[in-house]
Ligand binder design. Structure first.
Ligand code: TYM
Length: 332
C-alpha cells in the first residue's frame, strides 16, 4: 500500500481539539488503507527551548494521545523522531538545497520569529520546515495528512523533492501530496473565530484534549458567535457558528449539512449546549484511555521502540539512496 507520514510537536502536555479534528481523525481513518507512520516530532519541539524533563514527559504524553485517539500500533508505526537519526541527516542534505529566500518566505517562521524578536529567533526555527521535509521524504511518503496551516510547508517539501529529482535523477525522491480535508482542516479559536485554535493561546479559545471536560464544556458554551440567529455553515459570514458546526460534525461523525438541518429554526444557544455535551462525551473516555497508556510507561516505550525499528528500516534505505545520488562516498 502507498505510504503516509505525519507528526505533531510535543510542545505542551496536551494536544488541542484542533490537532484532533484537523489531523488525528485523518490519521486514524487512513491507517487502514495506507502504510502509515506517525511520529512525535521532538526535534522540532527543541525550537521552542523546552525544559528537558518536560520535553521527555510531553513526548510520551503526545504518543499516549495518538493511541487514545485510535492510532493502532499494529497497523501504524508510532515512533519518536529523535529515535531515527536519519531525520536530522537528511535534513542537512535538504538544507543545502533550500534557498535562503525560499525559507524566509515561510509564513509560520515569519509569525513565530516576529513574536520572539530577532535575538530570540534561532537558526533551528528558520530551518524547521526543512526538517519537516526530511521527515516526509525519508519515508517516500505519498500522502501527508495535516491541517490547513501546514499547506505551505508541504509545498516546500514538494519543491525540494522535485529539485532532488531534477538534479540527481528522477527516482531520488517521491513527491508527496498534502491530505487536507476542507471541512476539518481549520478549527478556529472559540473566542476569535477568525484565528486558528492554537497551542500558544492560553485563553478560553482553545480546547485541550486533556483538560477538565467541564471546563471544556464551559468554553464551548461561552464561544463567540455571529450576528443574526440562523444556524448556517458559512465560514466567511458566520465564522463562529461554522466553527462550532465543524467541531460538532467531526466529533459525531455526522455530515455538516445534517447537523445544520437538525438545528433548523433553533438558536445558537441550543447548538452550544448540545455541543458542550458532545465534547464532554468525547473527552471523558479519551482521557481515561490516555491515563491508561501513561500508567504503563514501559509498555508505551515498547510500542515506540517497535515503531522506531520499523521506521529506521525504511529510513536507512532512503538515506543511503539519497547520499549515493548526491555523491557522498559510502563508508565501508
Ligand atoms: P503541529 O504540531 O502544530 O500540529 C499538528 C497537526 O495538527 C494540525 N492542526 C490543526 N488542524 C486544524 N485546526 C487547527 N486549529 C489546527 N492546529 C493544528 C496541524 O496542521 C498538524 O497537522 N510542522 C508540524 C509538525 C510536523 C509534521 C512533519 C507534520 C513536523 N514534521 C511531517 C506532517 C509531516 C506542526 O508543527 O504541527
Amino acid at each position: 500500500p502507498p505510504r503516509i507520514l505525519s507528526g505533531m510537536q510535543p510542545t505542551e502536555d496536551s494536544l488541542t481539539l484542533g490537532n484532533y479534528v484537523g489531523a488525528l481523525t485523518q490519521w486514524v481513518a487512513l491507517q487502514d488503507s495506507y502504510d502509515a507512520l506517525y511520529c512525535v516530532v521532538d526535534l522540532h519541539a527543541l525550537t521552542v527551548q523546552p525544559d528537558p524533563a518536560r520535553l521527555r514527559d510531553r513526548t510520551r504524553r503526545t504518543a499516549a494521545q495518538y493511541l487514545a485517539a485510535g492510532v493502532d500500533p499494529l497497523r501504524s508505526a508510532l515512533f519518536v523522531q529523535s529515535h531515527v537519526p536519519e531525520h536530522a541527516e537528511l535534513a542537512w542534505v535538504l538544507s543545502c538545497l533550500t534557498g535562503f529566500g525560499e525559507a524566509s518566505r515561510m509564513t509560520q517562521f515569519k509569525d513565530k520569529s516576529a513574536k520572539q524578536g530577532s535575538d530570540g529567533t534561532t537558526v533551528g526555527l528558520f530551518t524547521y520546515p526543512v526538517l519537516m521535509a526530511a521527515d516526509i521524504l525519508l519515508y517516500d511518503a505519498e500522502l501527508v495528512p495535516v491541517g490547513e496551516d501546514q499547506r505551505q510547508h508541504l509545498e516546500l517539501t514538494r519543491d525540494l523533492a522535485e529539485r532532488l529529482n531534477q538534479r540527481f535523477g528522477g527516482d531520488t525522491a517521491v513527491v508527496p501530496e498534502a491530505h487536507i480535508v476542507r471541512a476539518l482542516a481549520k478549527v478556529q479559536d472559540l473566542q476569535d473565530p477568525t484565528r486558528k485554535m492554537s497551542k500558544t493561546e492560553l485563553g478560553k479559545g482553545t480546547i485541550w484534549l486533556l483538560e477538565d471536560p467541564k471546563a471544556a464544556a464551559k468554553k464551548i458554551r461561552g464561544a463567540v458567535t455571529d450576528d443574526g440567529s440562523e444556524i448556517a455553515y458559512d465560514p466567511v459570514a458566520k465564522p463562529g457558528v461554522s466553527n462550532l458546526l465543524t467541531i460538532f460534525s467531526a466529533l459525531t461523525g455526522r455530515p455538516i449539512e445534517t447537523v445544520v438541518k437538525d438545528y433548523d429554526g433553533k438558536m445558537y444557544g441550543h447548538l452550544k449546549v448540545d455541543l458542550a455535551e458532545v465534547v464532554v462525551d468525547f473527552l471523558t473516555p479519551l482521557q481515561a484511555r490516555v491515563d491508561e497508556y501513561l500508567s504503563d510507561p514501559h509498555e508505551l516505550d515498547a510500542v515506540l521502540a517497535q515503531g522506531a525499528d520499523r521506521a529506521r528500516e525504511i529510513a536507512r534505505g532512503t538515506l543511503a539512496r539519497v547520499y549515493d545520488k548526491v555523491g557522498l562516498l559510502p563508508a565501508r
